[in-house]
Design a protein around this ligand. Structure first.
Ligand code: GLN
Length: 340
């Protein structure tokens, strides 16, 4: 269950982010509130991830003006992992269009863990959603390119454009994941058996694993997220990465499934479309305002960073990031229930 521990924080409602100094102050408060929290466990099903220092904790925010604030370990690199799914989905939708990707992959929450086989079996082989591994592998496979190499080059260039800098792979994570990737390979082969993967399963899992092994920082995630918050234009480099329509599609998809089977509760309590990864990252995106990136390796049972969730929950309230919150305007009269 998402515990937000924020009853003492006033719900701030606004149409813009607070000014930079105030955002920086709120990041420091969030970091201070949760840096000693030690719930959760570092992912250990990928050996390279099990070695990461559980104490690391960074938070970063980026506004649509490209103003960034970093606190703690916000510039320490880690594996982007599943957080990449949101951005690859955006790149593929930008290339193929809204309907093509929706029809081939689907947009409904599976309600099951990110590496579920059952979710595919229950829906006649449909991956159903691009934010779980099966749907993400199928989405990666849709990236245009004459060969797997060309597809990978396009994904790497696109993700780097989101970050505003050339991203590089962490070879240790990549090799560790490739050695223990039996389940993802099984998912890809299962999709193929249902006629839902046209490319070679092994090659597609290879590209998917490369995209998951990219090293990013919380700062990068904030900039990448702010690009989706601002109609697809990177607010730091001003490069146009994807269209505004693609941003809307991507945020809708991550709102329903970016935090895996916890997504409904996350949206209810915190109210910001967000995507997590087992490397310990979370990116939370408020359209029209900006994004927050967090990094802290210990995860809850669904695979979402514990300190990251708390920090974003705090910032959602304190900085007015909840997309569902509105302020009451002066009413003309009070509603009265009809007399029965
Ligand atoms: N590379 C990881 C996997 O496929 C990503 C999972 C995740 O971040 N939830 O298992």
């Amino acid at each position: 269950m998402f515990r937000t521990d924020n009853d003492d924080v006033d719900q701030h409602v606004s149409t813009t982010l607070p000014v930079g100094e105030e955002v920086a102050r709120l990041l420091r408060v969030a970091h201070e509130r949760y840096r000693n929290l030690d719930d959760g466990a570092v992912a250990d099903y990928i050996p390279a991830l099990a070695k990461v220092d559980p104490k690391l904790f960074g938070i970063s925010a980026c506004s649509l003006d490209g103003e960034t604030s970093d606190v703690g370990d916000a510039t320490v690199p880690f594996g982007i992992e599943s957080t990449s799914k949101a951005f690859v989905y955006a790149l593929v939708t930008n290339a193929l269009g809204h309907d093509a990707v929706k029809d081939k992959i689907g947009v409904n929450n599976t309600g099951m863990p990110f590496n579920s086989v059952m979710a595919i079996e229950l829906h006649e082989g449909s991956p159903r959603n691009p934010m779980v591994n099966a749907g993400a592998i199928a989405t990666t496979a849709l990236m245009p390119g004459a060969s797997p190499d060309e597809q990978w080059t396009a994904i790497l260039a696109g993700l780097s454009a989101f970050a505003g800098r050339q991203l590089v792979m962490d070879d240790d994570i990549y090799e560790s994941e490739m050695r223990t990737n039996q389940r993802n390979l099984a998912l890809a082969r299962l999709l193929q058996s249902y006629g839902r993967l046209d490319n070679d399963p092994q090659e597609m899992v290879d590209i998917y694993t490369r995209q998951c092994s990219l090293r990013v920082t919380a700062h990068d995630l904030a900039v990448m997220g702010a690009t989706l918050a601002g109609g697809g234009v990177n607010p730091v480099t001003r490069e146009k990465v994807v269209s505004p329509q693609v941003c809307r599609d991507t945020l809708a998809v991550i709102a329903t499934s970016g935090m895996y089977e916890r997504s409904g509760e996350w949206l209810f309590e915190i109210g910001i479309p967000a995507k997590s990864g087992v490397g310990g990252g979370i990116v939370a995106i408020t359209p029209g305002k900006g994004a927050v990136g967090t990094f802290s390796p210990p995860l809850d049972e669904a695979g979402n960073s514990v300190r990251g969730q708390y920090a974003i929950a705090y910032l959602s309230r304190a900085a007015g990031l909840n997309v569902f919150a509105s302020a009451a305007r002066d009413g003309l009269r009070d509603h009265r229930a009809p007399k029965l």
